[in-house]
Design a protein around this ligand. Structure first.
Ligand code: ADP
Ligand code: MG
Ligand code: ZN
Length: 448
């Protein structure tokens, strides 16, 4: 066992790394040669990537930027439990406490291993002179930016104060920086690298988006006889047998709909046709919502027809099918929602039942929002949302021209990755001519 693995066990009590990627990121940060960018999904152990390497450098402190005091508190509590000295400087603390933290950091051999601050702090006089001091005496191991997508206007939680961090990075070029995020799109990644002014070449560690057990396709509603029958057959096929699960097999399906009415209509129709389904949406009583979700999670029925409010915190491994009724809001959302399928690694199916009426409805909503936007930031945000939606439309309507056919490749491009070896795991690769024909038929019918 080498020093790093030994420290992993000694300080954090973990016998091995959570993933190869986590180990690689830890080792790169420990080397401290390059700036490091880490993109891994929530829960994959990003904190450890910067917490472990800091334990290899005595009497140095890692500065960690984090967007919220609540997150900072969680992390400090966690480290304190592990008997690792972590502190914060913030507006909420007493001046006595602040003095205690500052005195330690200004001492010859600081005990503090992690100093957590919000980006707002970075602009204060106290913080600036502290950094000046720490840099002068070479007391900083590295600077960490957690939840780094906050620096991007493409991200959903853009925080203007994060932009100030870029200035700091340019000021002190000798210290390595580490940026971490769970948001994976290429746009956000580019913003992180450029707005934080990370020094090239940046070492990047990113979970690939390709999920090889998921099969993706698109069905055009105007090209099939009966949409509900078609959906029913699809769900039954994915769920196995007649779709009505027995307690022993817990196969499940989700049908995502845009509106509350749709969730109820489709659930009713599927149930009438023999596949017991329930609706789930934000307009329901919360006790009803909870019971629908719990029964589904326990496998008492297989199919839930839901708005996108369904899924947060749902952790069911055996989802065999995710169907979208109409279209998804954008590629990132579609990737996430459809990605709830096949968490157990077994084959699962992701399908969009595309229709123009739904596309136009979303188009209209996004344009209305844009029209109502007042500040330049709101406008920019709405414009970005619209652009993201347009890529989703292309995913459905423009497979051939825009994305060189493969749907997995289209995701990879969106996330700034190499095209994966799809090998027939999407309709366009499995049946290129069929897809082309369906698309042409759809377009012909759409014009009439
Ligand atoms: P993220 O920031 O990526 O969402 P966290 O850093 O909060 O994830 O970690 C998620 C969970 O994984 C935590 O409970 C953490 O203790 C645990 N974890 C991290 N690394 C390991 C590991 N090598 N072995 C086991 N558990 C780990
Ligand atoms: Mg985290
Ligand atoms: Zn493909």
């Amino acid at each position: 066992m080498d020093n790093i693995s030994e420290k992993l066990n000694h300080y954090f009590g973990h016998r091995k790394f959570k993933s190869e990627l986590q180990e690689q990121a830890v080792r790169a940060i420990a080397r401290g040669v390059h700036d490091v960018y880490v993109s891994m999904p929530t829960g994959s152990g990003k904190s450890l990537c910067f917490q472990l390497p800091a334990m290899l450098q005595d009497n140095k402190v890692a500065i960690v930027f984090s967007p919220l005091l609540a997150l900072i508190k969680d992390q400090i509590d966690h480290l304190t439990k592990l008997k690792i000295s972590a502190e914060s400087i913030n507006s909420k603390m007493s001046s006595k406490d602040r003095e205690r933290v500052l005195n330690d950091l200004r001492s010859m051999k600081p005990n503090t291993r992690f100093l957590y601050v919000t980006p707002e702090q970075a602009a204060t006089g106290t913080f600036k002179s502290l950094i000046e001091h720490l840099v002068k005496y070479k007391k900083i191991s590295y600077v960490v930016v957690d939840e780094a997508h906050c620096v991007s206007e493409w991200g959903h939680d853009f925080r203007p104060d994060y932009l100030k961090l870029g200035v700091l990075r340019e000021q002190y070029k000798s210290i390595p920086w580490v940026a971490l995020t769970a948001t994976a799109s290429a746009e956000v990644a580019n913003d992180i690298l450029s707005n934080l002014k990370l020094l090239q070449p940046v070492a990047k560690y990113k979970t690939p988006s390709f999920r090889k057990n998921l099969f993706y396709d698109v069905i055009y509603q105007n090209c099939i006889e009966d949409e509900i029958d078609h959906l029913l057959e699809f769900l039954k096929k994915c769920l196995g047998e007649d779709g009505n699960v027995k307690p022993k097999d817990k196969n499940a399906a989700i049908v995502y709909c845009r509106t509350r009415d749709q969730t109820e209509d489709i659930a009713n129709m599927l149930t009438k046709k023999g596949l017991k389904s329930f609706a789930y949406h934000g307009g329901m009583k919360s006790s009803d919502r909870i019971s629908v979700q719990e029964q589904w999670s326990r496998g008492e029925y297989a199919c839930v027809c839901a708005t996108i409010s369904f899924g947060m915190g749902v952790d069911k491994a055996s989802v065999r099918a995710v169907a979208h009724w109409g279209i998804a809001q954008n590629v990132a959302a579609y990737y996430q929602e459809s990605g709830r399928a096949g968490r157990d690694g077994k084959p699962a199916f992701c399908r969009i039942y595309y229709c123009l009426r739904e596309r136009n409805a979303v188009d209209f909503l996004l344009k209305t929002e844009l029209g109502r936007a007042k500040t330049p930031e709101q406008k920019k945000r709405c414009q970005n949302a619209y652009k993201s939606f347009e890529i989703m439309v292309k995913y459905c309507e423009d497979v051939n021209r825009v994305f060189g056919r493969c749907r997995h490749k289209m995701f990879a491009e969106y996330f700034g990755e190499e095209a994966p070896a799809c090998r027939g795991r999407c309709d366009a690769c499995a049946d290129e001519r069929g897809v082309r024909r369906a698309l042409q038929q759809h377009q012909r019918r759409a014009m009439t």
